[in-house]
Write a protein that binds this ligand. Structure first.
Ligand SMILES: [Zn+2]
Length: 276
């Protein structure tokens, strides 16, 4: 079996943040205009961290087309790597072609293509994957998962609480040693103001008033880590500061995207998603 890739924290930070800005944000901007959510994803080569596939949430068509699931579907549908739109120098070309964002043909899922093993790739999610997407990643064989925004960010900064809600309500079974789980109605209280997404820096933060993390971020199928955790691994304090500023800048690219999504929701922009 292919081995999961290993890269230095700085190489990963550079590749992940530039992929978000160059390839994912333009797709997401187009998706939001159609009523889809702000979540995007990409697959990067484990060999050189070049982006191979990028996609954004397409809940306008189906509530299951989360950014990660849409990206996985496209990864298995494409015959050439990187995808054509990622070989083009300008992301505007991808938008003009209608590719990458989920529009277009039914994918053929070609056998025997040049597709690299998911095990040897790096998976990037702009937001910490929900339980649907975590399962999709496990089933698909992706072993290294990184994300920019944590669950707490998604709830507090983007006002979308369902990652935590669904994990709590569907998967967290009470047991004798933990008989009093927090009520679902309590989730979302104590929200922080915009830009204060400090929880992501801790990795296994308590998103829910419970000491236990909501899922195993390190497990036999994959490891899921925030980009903030990568910064903590950079030895040089000055370099850490540079990366913290760069993360803040890329997070800032989502300020307007989040507001536009919420505005569209208020104005009744159509979507197949029940939980908006
Ligand atoms: Zn998801």
């Amino acid at each position: 079996m292919d081995q999961p890739p290993t890269h230095s924290p700085t190489a990963l930070l550079r590749a992940l943040l530039s992929t978000i800005e160059t390839h994912v944000v333009p797709l997401t901007a187009a998706g939001i205009a159609g009523g889809s959510k702000v979540f995007g994803a990409a697959v990067l080569s484990g060999a050189d961290l070049a982006p191979l596939t990028a996609a954004t949430n397409d809940e306008r068509r189906s509530p299951l087309l989360h950014g990660e699931v849409n990206c996985i579907q496209r990864f298995f549908a494409q015959e050439r790597f990187p995808a054509a739109e990622l070989r083009a120098p300008s992301p505007a070309a991808a938008l003009a072609s209608g590719k990458g964002g989920g529009e277009g043909e039914n994918p053929p899922y070609p056998l025997g293509s040049a597709r690299p093993s998911p095990r040897a790739c790096v998976f990037l999610a702009t937001h910490e994957p929900c339980c649907l997407c975590l399962s999709a990643l496990a089933w698909s064989g992706f072993a290294r998962v990184y994300y920019l925004f944590s669950y707490a960010d998604t709830r507090d900064v983007f006002a979308i609480p369902y990652d935590i809600d669904i994990l709590q309500a569907v998967f967290r079974v009470p047991c004798a040693s933990s008989p009093s789980l927090p009520a679902i109605s309590a989730i979302g209280e104590g929200s922080k103001s915009k830009g204060e997404g400090e929880e992501g820096k801790k990795g296994n933060e308590s998103e829910n008033g419970d000491e236990r993390p909501l899922y195993n971020r390190t497990n036999k199928f994959f490891t899921a880590r925030s980009v903030a955790e990568l910064v903590a691994e950079v030895d040089d304090p000055e370099e850490r500061q540079v990366w913290e500023k760069e993360i803040a800048r890329v997070r800032g690219l989502y300020d307007e995207l989040g507001e536009r999504y919420q505005r569209g929701k208020r104005e009744g922009v159509g979507s197949a998603s029940f939980w908006k």
